[in-house]
Design a protein around this ligand. Structure first.
Ligand code: NAD
Length: 330
C-alpha cells in the first residue's frame, strides 16, 4: 500500500508517519508538506533514511506540484493533515486558513478523483461543533449541527462539508475523523502544552488566557494516530468518527500539572487577557469509533503528560531548531 500523507511534517502527521512506518513494514509513505512555520523536517529525522519513506516539499494549493506528485506516485490512500491549525493565528489572519484548509482540501480530493486514489481520509477537529458552557454535561455526536466559533473552526467545518459533498457527488471514498486536543512529542511550541513546558523549563512566565477555566478533552497523539489507522483500514466509507479520551481538564489544571511534574512554582502562571471568542468547553462522544471499530485509548493521561514533559526536556535542541527564526505566539 502506498499512502500520501499531506502535512506529515507537522505535529500529528509526523507522529502518524512514525507509527505507520514502524507498524507496517511493507507500506510506502510519501509525505508532502509545504514546511510552513509549523512543519519541520526535524520531526521526521529518524525515518528520513527509511527506504519506504519519501518526502516532497510543496503546497497543497499548488495544483502543478500536486499533479506532478500524484502522476508519479500512484497512491492508494491520501490522509490529509495539512492545515493551518492555530486558532490565535486565525483570529489575526484568517485568509490563509480558508485557503489551505478549504481550497487545499478540494485540491487533494480533485487529485484523488483524477488519479483514481482509492481512499481519502480527512483529519478534522472537535472545534467544528463549537463549544458548550462549563457546566453543560452534553457531548457532541457526529450527527450534531456544526457551529464553529473561530475562523480556524469555520475553515475545518467547511472542509468537512466539502469532503462529504465529494462523497455524495463524485462517490469519492472518504472518511473523516474529528479529534479532541492532542498532546505529545513534536508539537510546535505555540500551543498550550509545549509553551507551558518550555517556559517552565526556562523559569519564564507562562501566559494563560483569562482565568484558565476553559475545558478541553486531552488525548495523547499516539492514540489519535491509532484511531486514524483504524478508520483507514476498517472505517465505513462516507462516515465521520469522533476520537477523544474522555479526559476533560481545564487549561489551568494542565499548566499546574506541568509545573508540578517539573517541580516549579505556580507563581510562573501569568493570567493574560482572554482570547477573543474563546470557546469554554469542548466535549465529544466517541462511542461510535469504540463500538464500530473497537477503538480504545491506551495512554493514561498522567503517564502521557509526564512522558511528554520528559520528551521536551530531552529534546531541547529540537526546540531550538524548530524555533529558529520563528517566534512563540501567546
Ligand atoms: N493539534 C491538535 O490538537 C488537533 C486536534 C484535532 C485535529 N487536529 C487537526 O489535525 C491536523 C494536523 O494538526 P497539527 O496539530 O499536526 O498541525 P501542525 O500545524 O502541527 O501541522 C500542519 C502541517 O501542515 C503543513 N502545511 C500547512 N499548510 C500547508 C499547505 N498549504 N500545503 C502543504 N502543507 C501545509 C505544515 O507545514 C505542517 O507540517 C489539522 O488538520 C488539525 O486541524 C489537530
Amino acid at each position: 500500500m502506498k499512502i500520501c500523507v499531506a502535512g506529515g511534517a507537522g505535529f500529528i502527521g509526523s507522529n502518524f508517519i512514525h507509527y505507520m512506518i514502524n507498524k507496517y513494514r511493507d507500506m510506502q509513505i510519501v509525505c508532502i508538506d509545504a514546511l510552513t512555520y509549523a512543519g519541520n523536517l526535524e520531526n521526521l529525522e529518524i525515518i528520513r533514511e527509511n527506504i519506504n519513506f519519501k518526502f516532497y516539499r510543496g503546497n497543497i494549493l499548488d495544483e502543478i506540484f500536486l499533479n506532478k506528485v500524484f502522476e508519479k506516485e500512484n497512491f492508494d490512500v491520501v490522509v490529509n493533515f495539512a492545515a493551518e491549525s492555530h486558532v490565535d493565528r486565525s483570529i489575526k489572519n484568517g485568509k490563509i486558513f480558508l485557503e489551505t484548509n478549504i481550497i487545499g482540501t478540494k485540491n487533494l480530493m480533485d487529485m484523488c478523483l483524477k488519479y483514481n486514489v482509492k481512499k481519502y481520509h480527512h483529519v478534522s477537529t472537535d472545534e467544528v461543533y463549537g463549544d458548550l458552557s462549563l457546566n453543560d454535561d452534553r457531548k457532541f455526536l457526529e450527527s450534531d449541527v456544526l457551529k464553529p466559533s473561530s475562523t480556524y473552526g469555520v475553515s475545518k467545518a467547511s472542509s468537512d462539508m466539502l469532503v462529504m459533498s465529494y462523497y455524495r457527488t463524485f462517490n469519492l471514498q472518504v472518511t473523516i475523523s474529528r479529534c479532541s486536543n492532542n498532546y505529545g512529542p513534536y508539537q510546535y511550541p505555540e500551543k498550550l502544552i509545549p509553551v507551558a513546558i518550555i517556559k517552565a523549563i526556562k523559569d519564564e512566565k507562562i501566559p494563560l488566557y483569562g482565568t484558565g477555566e476553559n475545558i478541553r478533552d486531552w488525548i495523547h497523539v499516539y492514540d489519535h494516530v491509532i484511531g486514524i489507522d483504524k478508520i483507514i483500514r476498517e472505517g465505513k466509507v462516507g462516515e465521520i468518527y469522533n476520537i477523544s479520551s474522555g479526559v476533560e481538564v481545564s487549561n489551568l489544571d494542565i499548566v499546574k500539572t506541568i509545573l508540578k511534574i517539573l517541580g516549579k512554582d505556580y507563581s510562573l502562571i501569568n493570567h493574560v487577557e482572554d482570547r477573543l471568542g474563546h470557546d469554554k468547553k469542548y466535549s465529544i462522544d466517541s462511542r461510535k469509533i469504540k463500538n464500530e471499530l473497537s477503538f480504545e485509548c491506551s495512554v493514561n493521561f498522567k503517564e502521557g503528560i509526564e512522558e511528554t514533559v520528559n520528551w521536551y526536556l530531552n529534546n531541547l535542541t529540537w526546540v531550538e531548531e524548530v524555533l529558529k527564526d520563528k517566534y512563540i505566539e501567546v
